[in-house]
Design a protein around this ligand. Structure first.
Ligand SMILES: C[S@@+](CC[C@H](N)C(=O)[O-])C[C@H]1O[C@@H](n2cnc3c(N)ncnc32)[C@H](O)[C@@H]1O
Length: 378
């Protein structure tokens, strides 16, 4: 492979296998899955393609090197030995962030300072700079991560997290991260020609992500990435990836996606976000009480993130609503229903045991994704 690099697609807890599937679907086969990350070898083209296409990953990082360090000397020498000059030019700006877990070197600010010093020394020698480095050019964000004395040094190719698709012009109290919303859609068996509803759409994240999936639109199509500014990556790499995304988008694919919410203001926010995403006419938005759901279709999907009732005083109301929702949706046994909630009594209140449950984290809230598979139509 030309210009081989090791990439790490970082993933929220519980989403690793979904990110790994996405990486494989992009054609990168040899994938290692670890806690919070998916590691694979690829060429420079993959940096652009993964940033553009990965719907459920947080970021794409480039692995510069790994080694063991129990002393600051070892950290300094190990860092200095890596080929930083291949990535960072003479005027490159390179802030260093860090984290340390279960390691002898536990002071993160000290680790960051040592790493910075080692890279400065290496770059000055390799680029032949006698004075200080100006750091006036493009940014190369470095992370030093220590885990059980193993040091991992990476460059962040994404810049802003990949959940920032560029379409969110408004939000409500508890918006779902775009990456998690995309995962919720991917965890269903929804086919793009089937009806898809979110009855608690809030700012519209789930229907918008479903529409992007439905028309095979690259989620990063409307934003920039840090590595677009990097000298060592040929700019044709980005042009090619954008061209590919344009070719693969299926803007003619008809969709039946609906988003509704009790709060008329949220419906407006969702509509504005969809407009910004370029999906103006693709999703039908409506102000509606979830329990008023009605459809004549034989089959369909409901994928929702209702309120959890965690705020004082909300719980009783939310639990009563779950009961009513269960009663309403009982009339749709051939529909598949997917509900993400932190309410542990959900199945009891909804009145049905889920076909499958999956533990997921919404920000830091532990939730379950209750999955009710629709009965087959004979
Ligand atoms: C957790 S938020 C959904 C957030 C959304 N997934 C997003 O990304 O913005 C729950 C939403 O359910 C709405 N809601 C609460 N009770 C409802 C009901 N009975 N029927 C319909 N919507 C309701 C709220 O207005 C709120 O927007």
């Amino acid at each position: 492979m030309k210009n081989n690099v090791t990439l790490i697609a970082t993933a929220a807890m519980g989403l690793e296998s979904i990110v790994a599937n996405e990486v494989r679907q992009l054609g990168y086969e040899d994938v290692t899955v670890e806690n919070g990350k998916v590691i694979f070898e690829a060429d420079h083209q993959a940096i652009a393609r993964c940033n553009l296409w990965l719907r459920t990953a947080d970021r794409v990082k480039l692995l510069v090197g790994e080694f063991e360090a129990r002393t600051y000397d070892e950290l300094f020498e190990g860092t200095k030995a890596l080929p930083w000059e291949q990535f960072i030019p003479e005027d490159g700006k390179f802030p260093v962030t860090g984290k340390s877990h279960k390691s002898k070197l536990y002071s993160v600010p000290d680790c960051q300072a040592i790493v910075k010093k080692a890279i400065v020394e290496k770059l000055k020698r390799k680029h032949g700079v006698a004075s200080w480095l100006q750091e006036s050019g493009s940014e190369y964000k470095i992370e030093v991560a220590l885990l059980k004395d193993k040091v991992t040094l990476t460059l962040d190719t994404s810049g802003a997290g990949l959940h920032k698709r560029g379409y969110r012009v408004g939000q409500g109290d508890a918006p779902l991260k775009e990456t998690l919303a995309a995962a919720l859609v991917q965890l269903t068996n929804w086919r793009v020609d089937e009806p898809f509803y979110d009855l608690f759409c809030g700012s519209g994240t789930i229907p918008i992500e479903a529409a992007l999936i439905g028309q095979n639109i690259a989620p990063g199509f409307n934003r920039a990435f840090a590595a677009e500014e990097w000298d060592f990556i040929n700019s044709t790499v980005w042009d090619k990836a954008l061209e590919e995304a344009e070719d693969l988008a299926n803007y003619d694919q008809p969709l039946a996606i609906y988003g509704s919410d009790l709060n008329p203001k949220m419906v407006e926010v969702a509509r504005a976000n969809a407009m910004e995403a370029g999906l103006a006419d693709l999703v039908d938005w409506k102000q509606m009480q979830a329990t008023d759901f009605h459809s004549k279709e034989e089959r369909g999907y409901i994928v929702s993130n209702p309120p959890y009732g965690e705020r004082l005083g909300d719980k009783e109301q939310v639990e009563a609503m779950y009961k009513d929702l269960g009663a309403t949706l009982r009339d749709y046994p051939t529909w598949s229903i997917y509900i993400l909630t932190a309410n542990e009594k959900f199945e009891e209140l909804f009145g049905q045991q889920a076909s499958k449950k999956r533990k997921l984290f919404n920000a830091f809230i532990r939730t379950d994704y209750y999955q009710y598979f629709g009965k087959k139509i004979k």
